[in-house]
Design a protein around this ligand. Structure first.
Ligand SMILES: NC(=O)c1ccc[n+]([C@@H]2O[C@H](COP(=O)([O-])OP(=O)(O)OC[C@H]3O[C@@H](n4cnc5c(N)ncnc54)[C@H](O)[C@@H]3O)[C@@H](O)[C@H]2O)c1
Length: 591
């Protein structure tokens, strides 16, 4: 097949345009670069020369390749030069009227066969196409910044874009070494549509003082493996840009979760736009710098001294209980691993031994460390044995009646002054606390699965938790080499409250036939550097577990946008629960 679009014009050679021009020239195509004025054209050419020289220094390009590439790029300031192109990519500033003017002009200049693409992030491609007499040959080509490293391109079709135009554009993107995903004309397309709603919730969470800036960011990095926390990312993207994208999304969706959090407007009004202005959610060394200077370096220090914790009791015999027991034993704490029978407890210890063995095999643990950790774990078949421990962490079934019964039992057994912790993900910690006569000693310690590997622990204080109990758990968590973040006792804590609405939005996108499972997963992995796409993650977590968390969140906040997507409910009703049943959003059985 012939390579599509041998000659490409790029209009607007700023951040995106310059990157796109280089990527296109690198593919061997001729590039006609067009800027607004003679001066800006000269500056743009200098930027392109500098960027490609930098690529040679970094060995991403040889000197010969650079020379060839530059020879294929011409830069001028006459839009009429676009007449010689097969494809025009517009990358002028994000203003609808400006883009419509450029398109109307291009429509007059270019032959009817020329395809016109806009690089818009949040404007309506359809409205831009309407400024031309060839809406069937107009589409969006949404590249990501920096263009040379980001592989994703969203190919945006309006209702009028011809299939052929979209196919050629996708083929063109592939030929540049990019990965195209198909999207319809909706504010934010796939990536920003999912990303910005989540960023907005993080900003709102910070604004409500539910958790600190550092804790929100650390929770999402360590709890979900995201490359950056949401508030640091907002600073990188630009608070003003984020607000504009959210405004556009809200205008189309009328979903309150897309209405920009008031804090974003306040920051913009104050000129605190993020890294580029030297201050946003964080303060940076200088405008444009990536070094935050006022970020606390570690988890916040407790304000009151904590209690002494030596011995630990862990209740339960499942994955979490075993993992949590391993964490404490490896850090040198004697652990009583308590299950409903001696046999169950022994089996849990055997699981723990296997996990330690795997760490030895991977070279993460020495034989001596394994033996020492194992020697600290005593399996017990009766909770009565927990009388003298300093801390109990329960990780039994996620069922309030079961947990309340256990807490009532522990209340009768465990010595006064001991800390009682629950690792629940979705039940109120206070309901466990009120099953005891000492609610001040009860706290949430939300570990993540697998506990030995995941660094994050959400430390959840209720309205009755005593400050020295919070301090105890914060100190202890850091001592066992985990990263504690502090939050209050409300549904979802930090991570799930930000993660699951995003997963639900992805399901809604699929349900509305806006994009496919594969395209959405690819888009989020390549566009945001996420370790897994939303559907991969849902299939791993389990659709039933996800649905429960979404229902709990909706029940707590009563936000219409948090209602679980019907498609998720249907799949759960059909028994498609994800990997564990062989089928969820994907069919795992056939692979
Ligand atoms: N920056 C990003 O991270 C990013 C990512 C994806 C998409 N986008 C989108 O890409 C587009 C370009 O954004 P940017 O960040 O590169 O902006 P920018 O301000 O860096 O660059 C815009 C360039 O267009 C030039 N220009 C202005 N009017 C012009 C005209 N009439 N004719 C020719 N050139 C003109 C300007 O001189 C400037 O060099 C926007 O629609 C933006 O939303 C940006």
């Amino acid at each position: 097949m012939e390579r599509p679009f041998p000659t490409v014009a790029v209009v607007g050679l700023g951040t995106m345009g310059a990157g796109v021009a280089v990527a296109v020239a690198k593919s061997g195509r001729r590039v006609i670069g067009i800027e607004a004025t003679e001066d800006s054209a000269a500056r743009a050419l200098a930027r392109i020369e500098e960027a490609t020289a930098h690529a040679v220094d970094r060995e991403r390009l040889t000197a010969e390749e650079r020379a060839g590439l530059l020879a294929r790029i011409s830069v001028g300031h006459e839009l009429a030069a676009a007449a010689g192109a097969d494809l025009v990519i517009e990358e002028v500033p994000e203003q609808l009227e400006l883009k419509r003017e450029v398109f109307a002009e291009l429509d007059r200049i270019c032959p009817q066969t020329t395809v016109l693409a806009t690089g818009t992030t949040a404007l309506s491609v359809t409205r831009i196409a309407a400024a031309t007499s060839r809406p069937d040959r107009v589409l969006g080509l949404h590249f990501f910044n920096p263009v040379h490293t980001m592989k994703l391109v969203e190919v945006v079709r309006t209702v009028l874009t011809s299939p052929r135009t979209a196919e050629d554009a996708a083929e063109f993107a592939r030929d540049l070494g990019k990965e195209p995903v198909a999207a319809g004309d909706r504010a934010g397309f796939v990536v920003n549509g999912l990303l910005f709603a989540y960023l907005n919730q993080a900003a709102a969470m910070f604004e409500s003082k539910y958790a600190s800036r550092e804790d929100i960011d650390a929770a999402m990095r360590l709890g979900c493996g995201l490359p950056m926390g949401p508030l640091a990312l907002l600073d990188l993207i630009g608070v003003d840009t984020a607000r504009t994208v959210l405004e556009a999304m809200y205008e189309q969706s009328r979903d309150r979760l897309h209405a920009p959090a008031p804090i974003l407007g306040q920051l913009v009004a104050a000129g605190l736009l993020g890294r580029k202005s030297g201050r946003g959610f964080y303060t940076y060394e200088a405008p444009g710098s990536s070094r935050a200077v006022d970020a606390a370096t570690g988890p916040g220090l407790p304000k009151v001294p904590g209690r002494e914790v030596r011995s630990v009791g862990v209740c339960g015999s499942g994955t979490m209980a075993t993992g949590i027991a391993e964490v404490f034993a490896k850090a040198g704490h004697p652990v009583l691993l308590a299950a409903r029978s001696q046999e169950k407890a022994e089996r849990a210890k055997a699981q723990l031994a296997k996990s330690l063995e795997r760490s030895v095999a991977k070279g993460r643990l020495t034989d001596e460390q394994r033996d020492a950790a194992l020697a600290l774990v005593t399996p017990v078949g009766r909770y009565a044995e927990l009388a003298d421990v300093d801390l109990v962490v329960e990780a039994v079934a996620e069922d309030l009646a079961v947990k309340r019964e256990l807490f009532a039992t522990l209340d009768k057994i465990v010595k006064p002054g001991a800390v009682l912790a629950t690792t629940t993900s979705s039940l109120p910690v206070i309901s466990c606390a009120t099953a005891t006569t000492r609610p001040q000693d009860v706290i949430g310690m939300h570990f993540f699965n697998p506990a030995p590997a995941m660094k994050l622990v959400e430390v959840v204080s209720t309205v009755l938790t005593s400050p020295d109990v919070t301090a105890t758990v914060l100190e202890l968590t850091a001592k066992v080499r985990k990263h504690p973040v502090e939050c209050g006792d409300r549904a979802g804590f930090i991570v799930n409250a930000l993660l699951f609405p995003y997963l639900n939005d992805a399901v809604r996108m699929l349900q509305e036939h806006y994009a496919t499972v594969d395209d959405i997963d690819t888009a989020m992995k390549l566009g945001c550097g996420y370790p897994m796409g939303p559907f991969e993650l849902l299939d791993v977590v389990g659709l039933d577990v996800s649905l429960t968390i979404e229902q709990v969140l909706h029940q707590e906040f009563r936000e219409p946008g948090l209602a679980a997507a019907p498609l998720l409910e249907h799949l759960v009703a059909a028994g498609c629960l994800g990997r564990k049943t062989g089928r969820g959003f994907r069919d795992h059985a056939r692979r």
